[in-house]
Design a binder for this molecule. Sequence first.
Ligand code: HEC
Ligand code: HEC
Length: 331
Amino acid sequence: MKKSGGLVTGALALFIAVPGWAADVPPPWAYGFHMPPPATPAPAAAPAPAQAPDPALYGLPGAKEKFTRAQIANRFGPADWFPGDHPTMPDVVARGRQPDVFACALCHYPNGRGRPENAPIVGLPEAYFIEQLERFRNDERKSADPRKANTGVMATIAKGMTEEEMKVTAAYYGSMKFTRWVKVVETDSVPQTTTSVGLFLPVAGADKEPLGQRILEVPADVEAVEKLRNPRVGFVAYVPRGSVRKGKALVLTGGGKSPLPCGACHGPDLKGMLNIPAIAGRSPSYLVRQMVDMKTGHRVGQGTELMKPVLANLNDDDMLAIAAYTASLKP
Ligand code: HEC
Ligand code: HEC
């Protein structure tokens, strides 16, 4: 390949154009950014001008109640659009506890399916769930990308929780099954996106752009997800052509890179085993983020030790392919 200016294409051009994007920088797409962090941190952005509250009431098809946007995004009692879709929420899930424990339902939804910028937490083994809250509390789960602020928010929440709250939230979310939530599409070109607090949002009417070597996970319906937080509307993950097949080989055999196939610990169908979490059908951005965080020592602990030899020889492209494949599986 010629390395002169405009002839360098795709991801490589991006790579060269961005100062400080060394090979060991976490893949920005998994953390909700278009670009890696600059070598010198950018000065904090000026706070967005306060917007006049929107007094309108919004509804969703099939929902009995209507809510204002302030109610939809209330940290201590977000709108519960479909109370019939889930068991009765414990207080800490529905309303949280002032001042630091935001309602789990705000980010992970009452059904626990969550969004790419946080995590799917439905159907996790209870012991694993509680252990992760302890890790966040002990600063043993941090983000490899220092800009990912909501990992810090999750840690603050865990620090504010009682042991009892950890147990009831684990039992509540563990009592529900995860069903399909991400649709995987292999493609070369994708909608242009903006980002909003770690979530990529397609720009209406804009031209397409090359996908390159990344996964782009976006709401299946932007308004329903971003504005109204509709917990019945899932996500589309655009992945590079051929990545699902490549990922399948790595997952099933280790591809000469992982000493064990993933199913040895995550269960033959990757739906989890004992206290090891499922990886089938879960957000691919979330999964890659966790693999990178574990590999780089930002997420540590006993269970993580078991993942270390698995991750040691996997590069970003391997992880991308693995996540493209696992996301395509039935949870
Ligand atoms: C402000 C948004 C927010 C709220 C509210 C929130 N979380 Fe989280 N949670 C996150 C984010 C973000 C992550 C993933 C962090 C990352 O990717 O680095 C996460 C991850 C988790 C995980 C790890 C899942 C896994 O597979 O390892 C658990 C468990 C969890 N949250 C439980 C809770 C509980 C219980 C509550 C309510 C008390 C809660 N969260 C409230 C943002 C939130
Ligand atoms: C030797 C057992 C073992 C093997 C093999 C293994 N894992 Fe894991 N994995 C674990 C354990 C244990 C955890 C929980 C880590 C913790 O407690 O922090 C985990 C956690 C994860 C997580 C984080 C999930 C979450 O909810 O945050 C991902 C992603 C993951 N593994 C992917 C894989 C992939 C992909 C493979 C195959 C290439 C694989 N694992 C092979 C044991 C294993």
